[in-house]
Design a binder for this molecule. Structure first.
Ligand code: NI
Length: 174
């Protein structure tokens, strides 16, 4: 495994459409492993291909262990993800991004969703996600279409800067 460089939001690749993955060979498994390692090393909860300059429809996610949440503390790798259901319920919550370090914003997201995707070996899977994991999936899915969380923020008081010294235990970068 290897840690990859994470690109910042001013890199044009962060604004491009990623391509559907068709080759489910060993290179893809290596890419997914690198992405998980890179995300963990950066203390992030999600990472999408374009963030490391890979313009393919893949993202990884893992939310911190929480005994009340069975989806926490386990790594997800989603390839060619498509949302098949999105809840009517929408909730505003804090979001950050590894490509926009030091900034936190308030973004509306669906509170639950269903997603179909492929695994690294090409197997078709269907997953349900709620609350924080659903938020992370929506944030990462957006990266595949060149969308960043700041694009949703129209009121300037809903975006603020944090320094590493700040105790931001509720803020996560994706
Ligand atoms: Ni992000």
């Amino acid at each position: 495994m290897a840690i990859r460089e994470i690109f910042f939001a001013d890199d044009p690749r962060l604004r491009q459409q990623a391509k559907k993955i068709k080759d489910f060979g060993p290179k893809l498994k290596k890419l997914a492993d690198d992405m998980l390692e890179t995300m963990h090393a950066a203390s992030g909860v999600g990472l999408a291909g374009p963030q490391i300059g890979v313009m393919q429809r893949i993202f990884v996610a893992e939310i911190p262990e929480d005994e009340d949440d069975p989806d926490s503390g386990k790594p997800f790798v989603l390839i060619n993800p498509e949302f098949t259901k999105l809840s009517d319920d929408i909730e505003e919550g804090q979001e950050g991004c590894l490509s926009i370090p030091g900034w936190i914003g308030l973004v509306n997201r669906h509170t639950a969703l269903e997603v179909k995707a492929r695994t690294v070996t090409g197997k078709r899977i269907k997953l349900k996600a709620t609350d924080f994991l659903a938020r992370v999936f929506q944030h990462e899915r957006d990266h595949l279409d060149g969308i960043l969380f700041i694009d949703y923020i129209t009121e300037k008081e809903k975006l603020w800067q944090v320094t590493p010294e700040d105790d931001e235990e509720d803020a996560f970068e994706e």
